[in-house]
Design a protein around this ligand. Structure first.
Ligand code: IPM
Ligand code: MG
Length: 356
């Protein structure tokens, strides 16, 4: 098969980790006789430096015209003082919105070899963690009206959180379908004791749950979820939640797995066009040092094969290769353990490719 992939390496460690994911994709292409055609587009700070905007219209068109998009990370202190309208993150949000990527899947899986790297006790994570966070990605407070103005003699700001019922329903369906393919357990996270958006969220999820009688459904408040994720993470299978709650809870959940560097994500639309990226940021403090962990990006590439290209076997190959490399005691510095061999970012990419 031939597929067009638009590559947004971005800033900081973005180019380093994306390079390794492409190395792994090329190995898959070779093994299965596929052709992956890459088109590189600047995004974030590097695009601001070159073009004055975090993504050009032409770049956006190249994302829309691709079969899928692979992203590294955007942003960094250099661009923190940019006006909000051209901040690096703005481009990421624009791509999500313009490509209609409303469903963000963030699988949180603990590789048992790394259980020691988790800050949680063995008694909490030792039996394994395998949950899926389904985050709504194109609505809520991220995309509501916002403003900063002078009012009553002082500065005043607001950000509006809003949801249409159809936006809740479509992410709900993704989550229920996902639960059906897993352990048939879905927790919907909201703040229905305070927020109107959450009350609409809950009502809509309840209505949907009637269509999925096999799924054991529950509602849970977001503050309680933050606690339960640490207290007893194994109680969760699929979690569905709105945009900002999902942003926060997925960073929290990533630590169950030992390192945020391990976590991939998929952002899906109603077509097969999706965007795939690790959940971590651009880590400017270690950029260019070849020590970043590329596994989150490599596993994101595996999700791309699975969800956008329907290449389940190829995706399994990548995931199994990551698992064997960990079994052979190879680690990047963020997940380094006693008795293991430390690899650089590029060596980790080589090693994963070699295990395919
Ligand atoms: C994420 C990131 C982004 C978000 C930022 C970079 C805008 O934190 O993908 O989780 O908040 O969605
Ligand atoms: Mg985040």
């Amino acid at each position: 098969m031939e597929k067009k992939i638009t590559v947004l390496s971005g800033d900081g460690i973005g180019p380093e980790i994306v390079r390794e994911a492409i190395k792994v994709l090329d190995k898959i292409a070779h093994k299965y006789n596929h052709t992956f055609k890459y088109t590189y587009v600047d995004i974030g700070g590097c695009s601001i430096d070159k073009f004055g905007v975090p993504i050009t219209d032409e770049g956006m068109e190249k994302c829309k015209g691709a079969d899928s998009v692979l992203l590294g990370a955007v942003g960094g202190p250099k661009w923190d003082s940019c006006p909000p309208s051209i901040r690096p993150e703005k481009a990421l949000l624009a791509v999500r919105k313009e490509l209609g990527l409303f469903a963000n899947l963030r699988p949180t899986k603990l590789f048992l070899q790394l259980a020691d790297s988790s800050p949680l006790k063995q008694s909490v994570v030792g039996n394994g963690i395998d949950l899926m966070i389904v985050r709504e990605l194109t609505g809520g407070i991220y995309f509501g009206e916002r403003k900063t103005e002078e009012k009553n003699g002082e500065m005043y700001s607001y950000d509006v959180m809003s949801y249409y019922e159809h936006e809740i329903e479509r992410i709900g369906r993704v989550a229920f379908d996902c639960a059906m393919k897993r352990n048939k357990k879905l927790a919907s996270v909201d703040k229905a004791n305070v927020l109107d958006t959450s009350r609409l969220w809950r009502k809509t999820m309840h209505r949907l749950s009637e269509e999925y009688p096999q799924v054991e459904y529950s509602d849970i408040l977001v503050d309680n979820t933050a606690m339960q994720l640490i207290k007893n993470p194994a109680q969760f299978d699929v979690i569905v939640t709105e945009n900002m709650f999902g942003d926060i809870l997925s960073d929290e959940a990533s630590m169950l797995t030992g390192s945020i560097g391990m976590m991939p994500s998929a952002s899906l639309s109603s077509t097969t066009l999706g965007m795939y990226e690790p959940i971590h940021g651009s880590a400017p403090d270690i950029a260019g040092m070849n020590i970043a962990n590329p596994i989150g990006t490599v596993l994101s590439a595996a999700m791309m094969l699975r969800y956008s290209f329907d290449m389940a076997k190829e995706a399994d190959d990548i995931e199994n290769a990551v698992n064997s490399v960990l079994n052979q005691n190879y680690r990047t510095s963020d997940i380094m353990q006693e008795g293991c061999r430390k690899l650089s970012c590029s060596e980790m990419g080589d090693m994963i490719a070699a295990n395919i």
